[in-house]
Design a protein around this ligand. Structure first.
Ligand SMILES: Cc1cc2nc3c(=O)[nH]c(=O)nc-3n(C[C@H](O)[C@H](O)[C@H](O)COP(=O)(O)O)c2cc1C
Length: 360
């Protein structure tokens, strides 16, 4: 049996069902995305925070470096629930950090400006082959429009119920985001606590309930994670943290180093950076802000308020105040070229499937 011949590679038109997660915030350089695709996986541009002009640039740069399938990941816009008192409180709490970094408090830009529609138009105009979504479900009309233009659609779900909602919207594939996953939680239906289900529990229950392929995500870093996911019924994987430390990744050096040195117990779920729960390496900012977590405004307001602080913290080499997103398997990370990562994954799964060289 050939482990990679399945619906996912047929739908996405790639060699291996290994998807590099779209990671907003500068990680997914065109070099990273194109390298993953050139090696037979599928690279994804994290477009969440990108202005349409920047997205155009990135897509064109990827297209210049690969003729293979790649994707663009977008944030489904949401209406934040917050009040002015929360903004005042957040500003108060951020002040000492801003003072030390000598930056002005950040004004909140117009929240209607999420650029979502323009991002979609860019994807259609530039014939991007795959589009993935998180933080919500693309509506049926949008999915139809994407399909009409030949774009395949991947949704994100953290519960079986969310997977069913995605399927009803017409997406082609669903990413099951387990609680081990690094970065923001994709939960959009029900509470965030309810969406904290481990990959091992989430994947088989989701696979049983939906009629479309499922990708496993969360804590998968090597061939063991991929083989286990396939055994659970997933038809592929989406990996984030494993690519953050790759040589082609645009992650800040402090972020890469922090993951490379971290242990499985070093991550936590926090919403102090952005107003939305996310998994990252626990640091001073998270610890100091934790008591006030519930007093802060929702995403994307808090995200905007901390934007300059995070940027300056990186420039001034203060990793203790940076958002260091990571999944729960940082010990399995390595500073490697994408070609080596993919080769090790593919060779490793082959070895496990042929039952050679592993203590099964
Ligand atoms: C640095 C980082 C940024 C991320 N940004 C996004 C994003 O913009 N969109 C998205 O759908 N998922 C994002 N994720 C989550 C991934 O899609 C995926 O669920 C996660 O990386 C899987 O767990 P792992 O990190 O243990 O591989 C991010 C993950 C990381 C580590």
């Amino acid at each position: 049996m050939v482990w990679y011949k399945n619906e996912v590679i047929k739908t996405l038109n790639c060699d291996y069902p290994i998807i590099q997660a779209g990671m907003a915030g500068g990680v997914t350089t065109p070099e990273l995305v194109a390298s993953v695709s050139n090696e037979g996986g599928m690279g994804t541009i994290g477009a969440g925070y990108l202005h349409p002009d920047e997205l155009t640039e990135k897509i064109m740069a990827v297209q210049q470096s690969t003729s293979k399938t790649f994707g663009v990941n977008m944030f489904v816009p949401e209406t934040p629930r917050y009040c002015s008192n929360q903004v005042t409180r957040a500003r108060q709490l951020l002040q000492p950090y801003e003072q030390e970094l000598q930056i002005k408090p950040r004004e909140i830009p117009e929240m209607s400006e999420t650029h979502f529609e323009e991002q979609v138009n860019t994807i259609l105009k530039l014939h991007v082959p795959v589009c993935s979504f998180t933080f919500g479900v693309p509506d049926k009309t949008l999915v139809k429009e994407l399909h009409k233009n030949g774009v395949k659609v991947i949704g994100t779900a953290t519960t079986v119920e969310e997977a069913v909602i995605n399927e009803q919207a017409g997406v082609d594939i669903i990413t099951a985001q387990g609680s081990e996953a690094g970065g923001h939680r994709g939960t959009f239906h029900g509470s965030h606590d309810q969406g904290m289900i481990g990959t091992m529990s989430l994947v088989p229950q989701m696979v049983d309930e939906v009629g479309i392929p499922v990708l496993a995500a969360g804590g998968i870093m090597d061939e063991r994670g991929i083989a286990a996911s396939l055994m659970l019924g997933a038809q592929g994987v989406q990996m984030g943290t494993a690519f953050v430390t790759s040589l082609e990744s645009g992650a800040k050096e402090q972020h890469k180093q922090a993951i490379l040195q971290a242990k499985e117990s070093d991550t936590t779920i926090t919403s102090v950076f952005s107003g939305k729960p996310a998994r990252g390496l626990e640091n001073e900012f998270i610890k100091q802000m934790k008591p006030y977590q519930n007093e802060l405004p929702d995403y994307p307001i808090q995200n905007e308020l901390t934007k300059n602080l995070r940027k300056k913290a990186s420039e001034r080499n203060r990793p203790e105040w940076m958002s260091l997103w990571s999944g729960q398997s940082p010990r399995l990370s390595g500073k490697k070229y994408v070609s080596q990562i993919i080769k090790e994954l593919v060779d490793g799964v082959e070895r496990l499937y042929s039952n050679r060289g592993h203590k099964l």
